[in-house]
Design a protein around this ligand. Structure first.
Ligand SMILES: [Zn+2]
Length: 544
């Protein structure tokens, strides 16, 4: 493949005779509208669509990428523009590739990396690419004593981010604009976020009404991960700040549709009050960016779990996936392709392929294209449907405020239908993560009738302990199958890790094989038994 560096690109356009070569030019001298006047429409997809996130360095890496993407079924391209205080690319480069992409027939959109991923996380090979925000931005001080750039903001990050949107609008007209998932207050999905610098501490104390002498008590709560009103006030304060910043960006230019990319298992503990973003473009959080991480069935279920949580808030047509490989080539084409099942199950209509600053290798696209077509076909049958079933996905506020991301998710791999619940329902079996289980133990969280299962022992007898492993969970499942048969609940007969999503209104089930082994499976519904072949990591849609 032809590799072209940023510097050689600049030489190339400077040496060409086209109108692009006039360098430098004043910022607003040229408008290169992303959409013709009157043609821009806010995104609300009525079918499965395929997008790709693009950094310009990718075009330097492989020749002919736009054509490869187009042939594969990609219709929309998202271009990185503003990176935590910098516009690192020459405007001429942005204009040039926007022209190329529009001529190739793509709908273009823009992305920003608003707060910074902490330096170097984007893996830029180009020494000219800025790794950190400008010096007048302020570093965050964490309650655990660490300091880091990014994943937080102090003034003037908010006003400079809004100014960047205005600058882009003046040049490119109306557009969609995703904020990358550094838009948060914690450096990892597990940690309770926030900043303890003097400025943030003073502001927290004045706005929350918490007195200064309780500050050390708060730090104790954060260290011991204790669900207290003080800790919740801390998390609420940073949720308020992040929401206010998002609203300032959204208000900067009404013609710009600002969206949030929520990290894998991202929620309130990271400053992200999920319910505040339900009208916005919303990327659901996925992880598993490399094979070591994504291969185990447990991980595939927690990725699905995260997406199901976020889809409680995101609207299907405004929801985007985080179908990511990072760093380059560390996730196989087969694993990247099988991630497409998660969006089908959860009715996330916009798949967004992402890969940092390096491109998905061209050799991946035949595998991806085949699965993209298949999932689009399956998804068409499931549009607007929610999975239903006796196993309940519930991730309560106790879990969302406290540290830890490892939700009890493996029940999704039992070939038994499930549904997503905003409260503990009256029926079925609800699987609780530890903070929620402890809230049940304290009597602060109550079941409406559903039987409760957790990974820890209950002293009150309010829930049953089942370890989160396939052996224990399949043993538990054996005790339920007679009831499922009598109730007409479909299930997979074999004890193998497979997701079965049931859509009763469409009278279909969707199956996702979590293993690298092809399977012949039997779906039982009442007295009926239906055979189905599943390719390794493959999926199937079955009429009942
Ligand atoms: Zn601070």
């Amino acid at each position: 493949m032809h590799i072209q560096s940023r510097r050689s690109f600049m030489k190339m356009i400077a040496a060409s005779s086209c109108s692009l070569c006039v360098l430098p030019r004043p910022l607003h001298a040229r408008q290169n509208l992303l959409f013709a006047p009157g043609e821009y429409q806010r995104i609300d997809a009525s079918e499965r669509t395929y997008h790709i996130s693009c950094a310009f360095d990718m075009f330097d890496q492989y020749e002919g990428l736009p054509e490869i993407w187009k042939e594969s079924g990609i219709t929309d391209v998202w271009l990185g523009t503003w990176y935590y205080g910098h516009f690192p690319y020459p405007w001429e480069k942005l204009d040039y590739w926007l022209d190329v992409l529009k001529k190739t027939g793509f709908r273009p959109h823009l992305i920003s990396v608003p707060f910074c991923h902490g330096g170097g996380a984007l893996d830029p090979r180009d020494s000219e690419f800025p790794n950190l925000p400008p010096p007048h931005w302020k570093i965050a001080k964490r309650w655990d004593g660490s300091e880091n750039w990014g994943f937080s903001w102090h003034s003037p990050t908010d006003t400079e981010g809004a100014e960047a949107i205005k600058t882009l609008y003046q040049r490119y007209g109306a557009f969609d604009y995703f904020l990358d998932d550094d838009f948060r207050f914690s450096s990892t999905p597990s940690l309770i976020g926030g900043c303890v610098c003097d400025e943030c501490k003073t502001d927290f104390i004045s706005k929350s009404g918490v007195t200064d002498f309780r500050w050390n008590e708060l730090l104790d709560d954060l260290h011991s991960n204790s669900d207290t009103p003080l800790l919740r006030a801390w998390v609420d304060y940073f949720c308020d700040r992040l929401t206010q910043c998002f609203r300032a960006y959204s208000a900067a230019v009404p013609q710009v549709d600002v969206g949030i990319m929520v990290m894998y298992m991202g929620c309130e503990r990271g400053g992200i009050r999920l319910s505040d973003y339900s009208d916005n473009l919303f990327r659901v959080g996925e992880g598993g960016f490399n094979d070591n991480w994504f291969d185990p069935p447990k991980f595939k279920t927690i990725e699905l779990y995260s997406v199901l949580l976020h889809r409680r808030y995101a609207k299907p047509g405004r929801a985007f996936s985080e179908t990511t490989i990072y760093p380059e080539k560390t996730l196989s084409a087969e694993n990247l392709a099988t991630k497409l099942s998660i969006s089908t199950i959860a009715d996330v209509r916009n798949t967004c392929f992402m890969s940092g600053l390096r491109a998905i290798p061209p050799t991946y696209w035949p595998t991806l294209t085949k699965r993209m077509k298949q999932e689009k076909e399956f998804h068409t049958r499931l549009l607007g449907q929610n999975p239903r079933g006796p196993f309940k996905h519930y991730y309560g506020m106790a879990s969302r405020y406290l540290g830890g991301e490892n939700a009890y998710s493996l029940f999704l791999a039992l070939g038994v239908p499930f549904e997503v619940c905003g409260e503990i329902p009256a029926d079925g079996w609800t699987f609780l993560t530890e903070p929620d289980a402890r809230a049940v133990e304290r009597g602060e969280l109550i079941s409406n009738g559903s039987k409760l299962i957790a990974r820890i022992e209950s002293t009150s007898g309010r829930f049953t302990k089942i370890p989160e492993d396939l052996e224990s969970l399949f043993a538990f499942r054996r005790t339920l199958l007679d009831d499922f048969r009598k109730m007409g609940v479909p299930y997979v007969e074999e004890e193998t890790p497979v997701v079965l999503a049931w859509y009763p209104d469409a009278n279909v089930v969707y199956l996702w094989n979590l293993e690298k082994t092809a399977r012949t499976l039997t779906v039982c519904v009442g007295e009926k038994r239906i055979g189905v072949e599943l390719e390794e990591r493959g999926s199937a849609l079955l009429e009942l």
